[in-house]
Write a protein that binds this ligand. Structure first.
Ligand code: DX5
Ligand code: ZN
Length: 229
């Protein structure tokens, strides 16, 4: 939201053990994750392939918080219903994925989900200015999407611009890519309230050593807290 409020941490399971998603999801939630971020890639919009609707549906059985599904696919519209049936709470589509983001956001809400719109690093904040009343979340990519573990690209100016144009609307600003305790304070100071983090949450831990996830989540939360004080 544009309002100053508590920061949510959304670990990306792209950095989890792909042979053990159920336990990984339960571990991050037990260790303090606010949302679970699921990165869907199609090998076309981005140069990597991940999860289709049946996999996402299987994750749903383990998610007790909020399943935040980030579609890096094109086209989007033919798959909206399938991800609704899979149990996504929030479905985010890229503004670059097609010519009709307005229709896409309407369709996502029409299917009973919260609607998100994501912006690649090269896309200006103004690209979403006319769909903010149809969106519950704007995701600012701070890496070029496709892979976890990439270096943070500073998008502070874009985040601040978005924060200003969102105004009083109840729209989350989510940051995705290279978020860690060093980069989190910057993006929160600029107006972000949801932080996706893959490698910074999962690094050093495992389902057999989940306290590490808890420490990593707390390190990001603590770095981000107090920024708005
Ligand atoms: C990138 C994905 C991100 C990614 C974040 O294409 O959308 O969610 O997994 O990973 P880290 O935090 O490792 O940059
Ligand atoms: Zn993502």
């Amino acid at each position: 939201m544009s309002q100053r409020r508590s920061v949510k941490i959304a670990p990306s399971i792209l950095s989890a053990d792909f042979a053990d998603f159920g336990r990984e999801i339960r571990a991050i939630e037990d260790q303090g994750a606010d949302w679970v971020h699921v990165d869907v890639m199609d090998g076309h919009f981005v140069p990597n392939l991940t999860f289709g609707p049946p996999a996402v549906k299987a994750f749903r059985r383990h998610v007790k918080t909020v399943m935040d599904v980030h579609l890096m696919i094109a086209p989007v519209d033919p798959y909206i219903e399938a991800y609704a049936e899979a149990g996504a709470d929030i479905l985010t589509a890229h503004v670059e994925a097609g010519p009709h983001i307005h229709r896409t956001l309407q369709a996502i809400r029409g299917a009973g989900m919260k609607a998100g719109v994501a912006l690649n690093p090269g896309t200006p904040a103004s690209a979403v200015a006319h769909v903010l009343d149809l969106a519950d979340l704007v995701c600012v990519m701070t890496v070029n999407p496709g892979f976890g573990g990439q270096s943070f690209i500073d998008m502070t100016g874009k985040i601040a611009e978005l924060h200003a144009i969102i105004g009083d609307r109840p729209v989350h600003i989510e940051i995705d890519g290279g978020v860690d305790p060093k980069t989190a304070p910057k993006v929160v100071a600029a107006g972000a309230d949801v932080l996706v983090a893959g490698s910074a949450v999962f690094k050093g831990g495992s389902v057999d050593d989940p306290e590490v996830y808890g420490r990593n989540i707390r390190a990001i939360r603590e770095a981000a807290s107090g920024v708005w004080a």
